[in-house]
Design a protein around this ligand. Structure first.
Ligand code: COA
Length: 257
């Protein structure tokens, strides 16, 4: 059990709050386990009709905890807490909504590709810096991102790994609406309540149909990305990037081939 992920049921909505502000909500193995457990609980409980992922008014999540990354993944990706969480998220049958303020880095952005609605505060800052860390895409992003926004833009975001704003995310069609950061969660919750009031089986059928074109490929992609990601975590390039983060400097990849 961890208190770094808080869950609370409001009406028929399960609110899942990432709550590790001193580390910018960076996600540890235990936190992924808690996120996965929340999704499992939501699937099994008929009184829950929608899940809302949120953080605080100024931070969604800085992505995977970089100290955990440095330790590598001890087992096959799909059996790790992060792999389990991603597979559960990609397979969720009930609607999932996200309220995003401030940084949404790495999996903080890729998990949004699996959400049905994303509300972003004007202060939201998205980034998928996998290559910058000597890593490769995860979370199904190598499949979903080019599908959603086109290959050229996906390559730009994944290979250059730069941060992008709520306006950029809106223009790319990655989010539903830009909000006043004080209101992001309330607007997202309002949508959750509207989703919860809809006919539940019809919502599940609609979600299944929306996900159907990518369903088989997505699970396959998650595993392929996971295997390569685990390999890259052990790479000298990643070791240099993690050391650079600890030393608060830019990584130097000049001597790698
Ligand atoms: N893992 C572990 N610790 C992290 C972290 C992460 N992913 N992200 C932030 N932290 C820690 C910082 O090291 C810092 O700790 P310190 O106070 O002991 O120095 C603390 O959280 C606050 O972060 P800081 O960088 O000072 O906040 P900021 O507002 O200036 O920047 C971010 C916020 C998210 C832009 C920046 O922290 C960042 O880029 N983090 C790394 C994100 C990342 O690469 N994630 C992995 C993606 S695959």
């Amino acid at each position: 059990m961890t208190n770094l992920v808080l869950t609370e049921q409001q009406g028929q909505v399960l609110i899942v709050r990432i709550n590790r502000l001193d580390r910018k909500n960076a996600l540890t193995h235990d936190m992924y386990t808690a996120l996965g457990d929340a999704l499992t609980a939501a699937e099994q409980d008929s009184s829950i009709r929608c899940v809302l992922f949120t953080g605080s008014n100024d931070c969604f999540t800085a992505g995977n905890d970089l100290s955990d990354f440095a330790e590598g993944l001890p087992e096959a990706f799909e059996h790790t807490p992060v792999g389990r969480f991603l597979i559960l998220l990609a397979s969720a049958t009930k609607p999932v909504v996200a309220a995003v303020n401030g940084p949404a880095v790495g999996i903080g952005t890729t998990m949004l590709l699996h959400c049905d609605f994303v509300y972003a505060g004007a202060n939201a800052r998205f980034q998928m810096p996998f290559v910058n860390l000597g890593l490769c895409p995860e979370g199904g992003s190598s499949l979903l991102l080019p599908t959603w926004i086109g290959r050229a833009r996906a390559a730009e975001l994944l290979m250059l790994g730069g941060a992008f704003s709520a306006e950029d995310a809106d223009r790319l069609g990655l989010i539903n609406r830009i909000c006043d950061p004080e209101q992001t969660e309330a607007e997202a919750l309002d949508t959750c309540n509207r989703l919860a009031a809809q006919a539940p089986a019809a919502i599940r059928a609609t979600k299944a149909l929306l996900n159907r074109p990518n369903k088989e490929t997505l699970l396959d992609t998650l595993k392929a990305e996971g295997a390569l990601f685990s390999e890259r975590l052990q790479s000298p390039e990643a070791a240099e990037a993690f050391m650079a983060f600890r030393e608060k400097r830019k990584p130097d990849f000049t001597h790698f081939d």
